[in-house]
Design a protein. Structure first.
Length: 111
């Protein structure tokens, strides 16, 4: 994506949820964090997460938003749901790159 990084124009939205603990039954609970502007692709290459485990991303999201963290759940599109739908995927890796415009770009790899 670096070849077109300078031409970044968000054409999509993605919804982010962050883990907020566990409920009474021990199930993970989430908080809807934000809706971000982004672009995305399913044309990805093998990546390694923070623990060094290799994975083949389901898709990659490109954004200028710094709100996303590894372990968050992400869904392409806007959702008003307080809990993430089954289609939401876990953020496995975030790569930061310099931008020609001064604010960093974030490449988010989703597994």
């Amino acid at each position: 994506m670096s070849a077109i990084r300078g031409l970044f124009t968000p054409i999509a939205k993605a919804t982010i949820w962050r883990g907020s603990g566990e409920d009474f039954h021990g199930n993970a609970t989430y908080t809807r964090l934000a809706v971000i502007d982004c672009t995305y692709t399913s044309n990805t290459v093998l990546q390694s997460d923070a623990a060094g485990r290799e994975f083949s991303p389901a898709f990659a999201v490109f954004t200028k938003s710094n709100e996303v963290r590894e372990g968050d759940l992400i869904l392409i599109g806007v959702s008003n749901s307080a809990t993430p739908p089954a289609e939401a995927k876990e953020v496995r890796r975030i790569a930061t790159a310099a931008s020609m415009f001064g604010t960093p770009d974030y490449d988010i790899f989703v597994g």
